[in-house]
Design a protein around this ligand. Structure first.
Ligand SMILES: [Fe+2]
Ligand SMILES: [Fe+2]
Length: 232
């Protein structure tokens, strides 16, 4: 067992709360992916969702064991009503919006936030995040591939409209999460993070992700126009 050495009580408390939050989110993702699995539009997606359900379950087990050793207060930060709202939100989404909300917002930007605080945290917490963060790369990769697959099926105009509204979509989900009243700034600052810098880095990451989708879209448009030229 890897018990923590002594930390300031502010750090201990805030890190414990962040671990509880991360675990709650992983558990919700596990449920959301399990709910979506039978409706996934292709076998590749079904297999990836099934794998992800297993991954997130493993993350929850790892984090729960570490939270016990760390002495984290296990009181949830997201209330049961908020959890239900989150489940219902994801259940109601068409596949493409599901991919954006789950993989761009929650998986890619969420794991970016966790990656950014890893260098600041104690060794035991860092070790507890090692396997989860490695798996998250795989989840983000799957989500982005599926988004590109869907973009390839759209007309150039539809792709443009879809990409243009991505920042607004991401912002509205982020706002809804902030509306839950979780004291994120306070928790991140108590573990030594510069919260404003973290927000800036997350905005940069969001721009990179969207730029990658724009690049892919431009390739699809070129392919479509060369196919149309060849057929003309
Ligand atoms: Fe996870
Ligand atoms: Fe994940």
């Amino acid at each position: 067992m890897n018990l923590p050495v002594s930390f300031s009580s502010d750090y201990q408390q805030a890190m414990g709360r962040l671990l509880v939050l991360y675990t709650q989110i992983d558990r919700l993702i596990m449920e959301i992916c399990a709910q979506r699995l039978p409706e996934a539009p292709n076998e590749e997606a079904q297999l990836a969702l099934a794998k992800q359900v297993g991954d997130e379950s493993r993350h929850v087990s790892i984090q729960r064991a570490w939270m016990r050793d760390f002495g984290a207060d296990p009181t949830p930060l997201i209330t049961p009503e908020q959890e239900q709202l989150i489940r219902e939100h994801f259940q109601s989404l068409p596949w493409m919006d599901f991919l954006v909300d789950l993989y761009l917002c929650v998986e890619a930007l969420g794991s970016e936030a966790v990656e950014r605080i890893v260098p600041l945290v104690d060794l035991g917490t860092r070790e507890s995040l090692r396997i989860p963060l490695t798996d998250e790369l795989d989840h983000v990769d799957f989500g982005l591939r599926q988004i590109k697959k869907e973009l390839a099926r759209m007309s150039a105009m539809e792709r443009q409209v879809f990409i243009n509204q991505l920042p607004v979509r991401i912002e509205s989900l982020t706002k809804a999460f902030h509306g839950f009243g979780i004291p994120e700034r306070q928790m991140f600052e108590a573990v030594g993070a510069d919260y404003d810098r973290l927000c800036f880095l997350l905005e940069q990451r969001q721009k990179e992700l969207i730029a990658d989708l724009i690049d892919a879209s431009q390739c699809f448009s070129k392919t479509t126009s060369s196919v149309s030229t060849a057929m003309a």
